[in-house]
Design a protein around this ligand. Structure first.
Ligand code: PMP
Length: 399
């Protein structure tokens, strides 16, 4: 109609576009290592056994009532324990303002909106590279963006010096977005020692750390270990914010269940902050969806189901780590003169391979292998069945 004359088609999302192209390809050899969702060794999506069991238990006494604006408090309570620790003093002293969010994306967006509303002139420092949606989220929340160094192409590892310099050179009291573990897309995380240095530098500068934790448990297989960065900051007395997601670590992608939390001075401030977070949610979506939250609280609230979940997260993480080893070994066996050490050094769902956009294009056009042009391989799409083919193709286009 004439109302929408000026509307042009939006640019394609770089990640979702890959899946579309993959689906349109009819080659029997085709491989999708673009999508950031876990697959089993047969390339099939997985519903965890703990989730199936939780659903059976829920089915009997399910109603469809609204959750409160802040979401399921039982789910939030359990979720905070995962991030802050079972016996966290911040939880005990009720210093955390926390609400259920629409998965990790929704938690980031709610925080960005909160930041804009109460500190309208503040900026956010975002790592280069990062999950591309981070830029969209803070842009749409009208928060000005700055970037900081993170990745060093030469070593395919962390640019620690660049990162520390940027932290030092940022104006005191700046906001930084940090990936708590399993950095997307690079798979490069600071070591524990480096996190300690980062935390000290943040302290010196009075910066605010906002942790996006989309992969807790998915990096090492142990959610406690993957929360180390956060625990270091908490020990140093930082008042941080965290976005948590159950998309990856519980396989609840489409359920959109997550949590936003902000550490406050005291209980009174936490109550105020939470009420404002709810106020932001109200005109957007009123209240979050109930089903995923019920699944999460049923699992984490039951010692046996929680144990099963921990086992299943570890199975997923271990399969990915195993595929990293297999990919590297295959490339080395083929006699690739390049170093593929970074494939096993990097952690989490993604391997930032260092391949150029042109090499990726060749993988797609000649070998029916689909991935984003930044060279990011989703290790979750690599299987015993396709790792040899993938290695041969990578070897061919990089030699
Ligand atoms: N943050 C990062 C770094 C991610 O990789 C993702 C998922 N790709 C998310 C947040 C959000 O995912 P979701 O909204 O599905 O929880």
């Amino acid at each position: 109609s004439s109302w929408w004359k000026s509307v042009q088609p939006a640019a394609k999302d770089p990640i979702l576009g890959v899946t579309e192209a993959f689906l349109a390809d009819h080659s029997p050899d085709k491989v999708n290592v673009g999508v950031g969702a876990y697959r089993d060794d047969n390339g099939k999506p997985v519903v965890l056994e703990c989730v199936r069991e939780a659903e059976r238990r829920i089915a009997g006494n399910l109603n469809m009532e609204y959750l409160p604006m802040g979401g399921s408090m039982k789910m939030v309570e359990e979720t905070l324990k995962l991030a802050y620790g079972e016996n966290s003093e911040f939880i005990r002293d009720k210093k955390i303002a926390a609400v259920q969010a629409l998965s990790g994306t929704g938690a980031c967006r709610l925080f960005a909106d909160f930041q804009k509303r109460f500190l309208p002139d503040s900026q956010i420092y975002i790592p280069i590279p990062t999950w591309s949606n981070h830029h969209n989220i803070w842009r749409d929340a009208h928060v000005a963006q700055k970037t900081y160094h993170y990745y060093k192409p030469e070593s395919r590892g962390l640019d620690f010096a660049g990162l520390m310099d940027d932290i030092k050179n940022a104006p005191n009291g700046s906001f930084f977005l940090l990936h708590a573990c399993a950095h997307n897309p690079t798979g490069v995380d600071p070591t524990e020692e480096q996190w300690k240095e980062i935390s000290h530098q943040f302290k010196d500068k009075g910066h605010f750390a906002f942790f996006d934790m989309a992969y807790q448990g998915f990096a090492s297989g142990d959610p406690e270990r993957d929360a180390k960065s956060i625990r270091i900051f908490l020990e140093d007395g930082h008042q941080i914010g965290i976005a948590q997601s159950y998309a990856k670590n519980m396989g609840l992608y489409g359920q959109r269940v997550g949590c936003l939390s902000v550490v406050c001075e005291d209980e009174k401030q936490a109550i105020a902050v939470k009420s404002q977070l709810q106020q932001l949610a109200r005109p957007m979506y009123s209240n979050p969806p109930v089903h995923g939250a019920l699944i999460v609280s049923s699992i984490l609230g039951d010692p046996d189901l929680k144990k099963l979940w921990l086992k299943e997260v570890k199975v997923m993480a271990d399969r990915i780590i195993g595929m990293r080893t297999a990919l590297r070994e295959n490339l080395e066996k083929l006699g690739s003169p390049l170093s593929w050490k970074h494939v096993t050094d990097q952690i989490g769902m993604f391997c930032y391979s260092g391949m150029t956009p042109e090499q990726v294009d060749r993988l797609t056009n000649e070998y029916h292998i689909y991935m984003t042009r930044n060279g990011r391989i989703s290790m979750a799409g690599v299987t015993t069945g396709n790792v040899g083919y993938l290695a041969r193709a990578i070897h061919e286009v990089t030699k």
